[in-house]
Design a protein around this ligand. Structure first.
Ligand code: C5P
Length: 398
């Protein structure tokens, strides 16, 4: 493995103790590591710990003439091949998003052109707070920024939920794989979001799909080097970095866009969209007036996009989703066979915590002859695990 120059930023949080192990592992991988700590971080771990592990003095001040006389903050920013902030506190992510430069680490992040990876760690309520999520959404739109984790589980404060920093070994593995582009040369076609079926010029039939799972998959595939076409129904999400988005409204438009993309060298098709099963036969040209007490709207079946792709003479590798409220595995297996898919990702949408509009999900991936369970985690995190699982099956396919 090539030796890289990694600047590890440590911010204030109890997970800072795990960063000592992280720094040790990065050193073992042959990387050169310099640690920059915030004031908050020093309340949890001493700079001496990191100095002993990296063999270099820890940098913690922007206004230290002695340190700046050596490698100044701009030189540090240029030195780094990767800036890894672990743990990344809610406060740090807020400052980063706002473009603040009020300490050494935030200033470095503004000055560097190197990729910045964030390993968030915080209490689950702080993580799910709308302000934290808004900061995260904006940061994730930036191609320079990568978000690794968090994981779900027990927290130091006694809570249980999302917000645990990924383990040191997992972060070190991410660093090891960071410069690899395992999906280079592949074309992924992904659908996401709901469709809208017009009733008249102002009304439509739709569903609660947020598009988050499909968008997270698109970002993960693009990060891994794939060319990604994301055929998306109307959602409020920004286009993920490195992804080519085709915006559609109705199922019929989605069908056309998907087939055009698949014909353009699609290797893999992931249908994460919640496509309306029916559309209005004859949408009114003008707004329907409420004159009658009862009204009937006649619907007709939409084409099944996923089945139609799987039925092509030489289909791409097809992955479907099955959102079910009961007998999840049974219905998912049935869909796998009936639609002739390579894999299906099943989730239980009767569980209020996961699924549709949530930032988290828990799924079971099923294929002919096997299955794999993924416990509750952030959709961004889950997307990366799904990607690995999909690639394993894709490569195993004769
Ligand atoms: O049959 P059901 O709608 O439950 O199947 C869900 C899977 O099929 C999802 O992957 C969804 O994106 C896909 N689908 C589709 N076109 C449709 C209906 C569903 O691609 N018209």
């Amino acid at each position: 493995m090539a030796s890289r120059q990694i600047l590890v930023g440590v911010t204030g949080g109890i997970a800072a103790y795990k960063s000592a192990e992280l720094v040790r592992l990065l050193g073992k991988q042959g990387h050169r590591v310099i640690v920059v700590m915030t004031e908050g971080a020093k309340a949890f771990v001493t700079p001496l710990t990191f100095q002993a592990l990296t063999g270099s003095p820890v940098r913690d001040s922007l206004l230290d003439p002695e340190a700046e006389a050596g490698m100044g903050h701009i030189e540090l920013a240029r030195w780094a091949d990767l800036v890894l902030i672990a743990p990344a506190s809610a406060d740090f992510m807020a400052r980063l998003n706002a473009g603040m430069a009020d300490d050494l680490l935030s200033t470095l992040c503004l000055a560097t052109t190197a990729p910045i990876a964030l390993a968030p760690a915080m209490n689950q309520a702080m993580w799910s707070n709308a302000r934290t999520q808004a900061n995260l959404d904006r940061l994730s739109q930036d191609a320079q920024i990568h978000v690794w984790g968090p994981a779900a589980g027990d927290q130091a404060c006694g809570d249980v939920g999302l917000g645990r920093m990924l383990e040191a070994a997992e972060l070190a593995e991410r660093v090891a794989g960071f410069w690899e582009r395992p999906l280079a040369g592949m074309h992924w076609v992904i659908t996401a979001g709901p469709t809208r079926e017009s009733i008249d010029p102002v009304r439509y039939i739709s569903n609660h799909s947020s598009g988050k799972m499909g968008y997270a998959l698109a970002r993960a595939a693009a990060d891994a080097g794939a060319r990604v076409t994301l055929v998306s129904g109307p959602v409020g999400l920004p286009v993920p970095a490195g992804v080519d988005r085709v915006s559609v409204e109705s199922a019929e438009q989605m069908y056309e866009a998907v087939h055009a993309a698949v014909a353009d060298g699609g290797d893999l098709f992931v249908a994460a969209a919640a496509v309306a099963d029916y559309r209005v036969i004859d949408p009114a040209a003008q707004k329907i007036k409420k004159s009658r007490d009862r009204m009937t709207i006649e619907l007709t079946r939409n084409p099944d996009i996923l089945s139609s792709v799987a039925a092509l003479p030489s289909p791409p590798f097809t992955v479907g989703f099955a959102a079910e409220t009961h007998d999840v595995e049974h219905y998912a297996r049935d869909k796998l066979t009936r639609k002739k898919l390579d894999m299906i990702v099943a989730n239980d949408v009767s569980d209020q915590r996961i699924g549709f509009n949530s930032d988290v999900n828990a799924v079971t991936v099923i294929w002919d002859g096997g299955q794999q369970q993924f416990p509750m985690s952030a959709k961004t995190q889950l997307a990366e695990q799904l990607l690995e699982s999909i690639m394993a099956r894709y490569q195993a396919k004769p």
